[in-house]
Each structure stands twice: as structure tokens, then as C-alpha cells.
Write a protein that binds this ligand. Sequence first.
Ligand code: FAD
Ligand code: SIN
Length: 536
Amino acid sequence: MKPKSEYDLIIVGSGIAGLSFALNVAKAGYRVAIFTKKDKAESNTNYAQGGIAAVTSAGDDLDKHVEDTLEAGDGLCDPEVVREIMKEGPDRIQDLVDLGVSFSSLGDGRISLGKEGGHSKRRVLHVKDVTGKAIEDALLTAIAKEGVDLFEHYFAIDLITAKKVRKLGFEVEGEEDRVLGLYFYDGVEKQVQTISSPAVLLATGGAGQTYLYTTNPSIATGDGVAMASRAGLSMTNLEFIQFHPTTFHSLNGDRFLITEAVRGEGAKLIDGKGQAFLKKYHPLADLAPRDVVARAIDREMKRSGAPFVRLDTPSMEVNFPDRFPNVFKNCLTRGVNPTENPIPVVPAAHYSCGGIPTGLDCSTQLSGLYACGEVACTGLHGANRLASNSLLEAVVLAHRGSDAVCNFLEGQNGHHIKLPEWLDGDVPASDERVVLSHNLDELKRTMWDYVGIVRSTKRLERAQSRIRNLGREINEYYWNAKVDLPLLEVRNLICVSELIVRSALQRKESRGLHYTLDYPDLAPQAKNVLVQPLNR
Ligand code: FAD
Ligand code: SIN
């Protein structure tokens, strides 16, 4: 099946945010299509292990979940947003259960609740350690039943906006800027298709691939942020990149996540002498918020010169293969049996707390453009996301945002404008493949070395100047080449990295995930950083 040339709503991305959103809007009878750049299940969602946080037990309450979230966010969460999202958690969990997600339960029938860093209570619902896959599968089944069109291997290149189209001499009614559609690269036919729509949802996920070491799959190239920036939107708090403290240390650079829930079940981080060390850094020790744990590991590794620390799993009382079958299997594949030997772990880039600023209805600064999930910055996570709050945020806001889109679509006249067709360059992109992979290596290493867990102004400036050069090179190439997937992804990765560095340079303090040697303290007032669009 080929896509039509127009829809009421185009959704870019088939993770938890895009799929949940699609389901609700399709139920209201609108023509919705989901476009996704690789196979439909390939998303950060699919790899989520720990679970989804919500208040569902008698010993817990909303205030505690709110407090924990605010505490982790280090003064930058929007308390109203936090409360609204937490409040709706249990209803959205019920929706997932109704779709067939079978959360793990205890022998007595009660739901099994995991614990993760920064949570004062056990409140993380999970499906063993494959929660994301269970949710992704249930949502994909539901949208298929609902008859939503889903197109795999369609890469969204750029938003088409009234402003851009007017510049090309096309007539667009009114004065204001708004979204009109998108250009997609069809990875099978290897050509670009123009699709028009009065409403677009960006649900493109995170940007972990900007770093050399990451837990994120290859799709996480920050495309939504890059597209929105090129459409003229400013971004919020991009400097807050969360590094997950514990990923399996492999020599080949692969970083398989060892869920924080393992520490929630009692595992401790130990140094080369077998000593637990987190108590020195925070009263919550191994279950301190992630920024604290990742920095502590970084410090221990730098002090000892060791390439990793270890997670003492053999001393745990839990039945490891039963509670963490996926982690167990993946450790065995990598040569470690966690019931017998501690797991070698290092931090890796994991989650983007900043992104496209949105309201609780997923609306952005551009009329008709919506954003949901990891690509968006709603004010929930502040300077450091509390573990397992992101799946929650995505389902709650997809529910609210889809209502807002339906209202928006009601006010549209259904009239689609003829959009300018895509013009390709002459040079086959494959001619420059070596340059592309070289640029990508340089970018990822630069981000890892200079924009990592501990930063300084000098390192950030160094990164900025290298990334700017890469940006100039890729741009020149982009405007002359026939586009293809690697070119489009590298272009976006460079763009997002430049925005991250600019955002980091603007924050003259250390807060949450942004730690800089030049400004080691908190500034007296907590403020969001807004990064203007790149002028390209
Ligand atoms: P994603 O699930 O990443 O989906 C993005 C989609 O957009 C994909 O389908 C992708 O192919 C598509 N896409 C991107 N760019 C384009 C483009 N240009 N054109 C077309 N399609 C595009 N959070 C929790 O709350 N609990 C957890 O236990 C947890 N564990 C995690 C474990 C791992 C290993 C990772 C990586 C993350 C984890 N997170 C967890 C974070 C959480 O999984 C993500 O934040 C969340 O799943 C993001 O959902 P999303 O729908 O916004 O994006
Ligand atoms: C984990 O399972 O440790 C990841 C949870 C998250 O990122 O929210």
C-alpha cells in the first residue's frame, strides 16, 4: 500500500507516543497515517526495561510521586505539569491493561512494583524486564485493528510550512505561519514524496545517537528536534542529556542497558576492590537520582583509571533469571553470568530531557504542529528525569493531545494547498559515503569527549567549533546531493548536536544533568534555556 497525498493528521514515529496518539484520533474518525523510518517496532519504546511509574498501591500517594519527580528535576520541573501528568497515570495504565498489556504480578495476585533511582516508593509497573516491547506490541495490534495506515521505511525529511512555501512564491491564505505537510524519503522506492496535512505530530523520540556510547537504538537521531528547528522553532533545555549509570561494558562499544530495577532489587555498585561506593555520594546510595549515580561512577573510574565499575548481582536475593530474563540472557551472550559474577558497567547517553517546548495538549509554537514523547519538553522532567516517568508522560499526553488535535481539525475546512515538489541535487549521495561515516564518527566522539557527564566552557567551545565545521560540510553536500537515509540522519545528528552544545553554553550553572567545572553551583534562580533555531 502506498500513502495518499493528503491526510487529516500525519504522525511521524511509531513508538509509544505516536501509536497512542494515532489510536485516539483514528477512533474519532479522522484520516490518520503513521510514518516510521525503519521497521514499525524499532523505537526506544521497544527497548524500555524498567517499566512505567504510576501511583497504584495503597502505600503510595500522588504527593509522593510528585515530590520525587520535583526532587530529581532539581528545581526545573513545572509543578503543575508534574501533578497533572501523575494524576492521570492510573487511568492511562488501565488503558494499557485494556489493550492487553499484562503487567507482572506477585504470587498473591497483587501487581509487582519495581523500584528505581529517586523513587521513595515501589511504584514501577513492569512486564518482567521487557515492558517496552509488551507495550509496543499491544499498541501495534490495536492500531492495526483500528485500521490506521502505517508506512514503514518512510523518513520524514522536513516540515512544509506556510512561511517556506510563500518564500517560494506559492499563495497561502492568511498571514500566519502554520504547518502544511511534510517531505518523506521513501526508503524502498528511493524517492521523495510530498504529503499534505493541516496537522502533524512529531513523535520521533530521542537523540542518543549523537553520542559515541548510548543505550538508544539506531533510530534515535534527533530528527524531530532538527526538523522543528529548521521550521523556525526554538528548543528548550537540550543540555539535559541523561546518562544511564549502568550499561554493560563491551569492548566493541555496544552498550546494553542493565535496568535500574536491578539496583531496586538490591544490587550495589562496587569498585575494583569490591567496595560499595555510592554511600559516599548520596544518602540514597545506589538508588540516588541518575545524575548523581552517573557522576559518581565517572569520578570513581577517573580516580582508579579502571574502564568500568561493577554491579554486584551475585549477592542479590532475587531470582535473577526469573525477574530479569532479558538482562540475564544478554549478559550471558556477552560472557557474564550475573548470578555468579558481577556485571561490568559504565554510563551511556540515554534520554533527552529537553526538546520541542509543548503545552499539556502537545501543541507547539507553530500552528498545526504537535509534539509528544521524548522529542517534546513539557516541563515534567526539569533538569533530570525521574526513572520510568517517560512512558507515563507519553501515554498521558498522547491522550490529552489527541483531544486537542481533534478540536483543531474540527475547525479546519478540509482544503489542502498544492505544495511545491521536492527538488533533488545531482550528486548521488553514495559517492560521499566515506565522508559521511567519517563525519559521524567525529561527531559522536566529540559529543562523548566534550559534551559528556562533566563539562567545561572550554570543552563545549571546542565541541562547538568542530560541530560547526561538520555542519558547514554536510550542508554544502546536502544541497548538491540526491538524498538518502545516511545523509539525512547525519545532517540531523549534526544539527541537534550543535543545538545541544549551544544550550549547554547558555546555562551558566550546574543543575541536574548539566554539570560544568566552570560554574559548579546552582544559579540563584532556576530558568529554562531556550535555543533559537539554527540559521540554515
Ligand atoms: P520512540 O519510542 O523512540 O519512537 C520514535 C519513533 O519515531 C520510532 O518509530 C522511529 O523510527 C521514528 N522516527 C524517528 N525519526 C523519524 C523520521 N525522521 N521519520 C520517520 N520516523 C522517524 N522510559 C521509561 O519510562 N521506562 C523505562 O523502563 C525505560 N527504559 C528504557 C530503556 C532503554 C534501553 C531506552 C533506550 C529508553 C528507555 N526509556 C524508558 C525511555 C523511553 O523508552 C523513551 O523515552 C520512550 O519510549 C520514547 O517514546 P517515543 O514514542 O517518544 O519515541
Ligand atoms: C531502566 O530500566 O533503568 C530505564 C528506566 C528509564 O529510563 O526510565
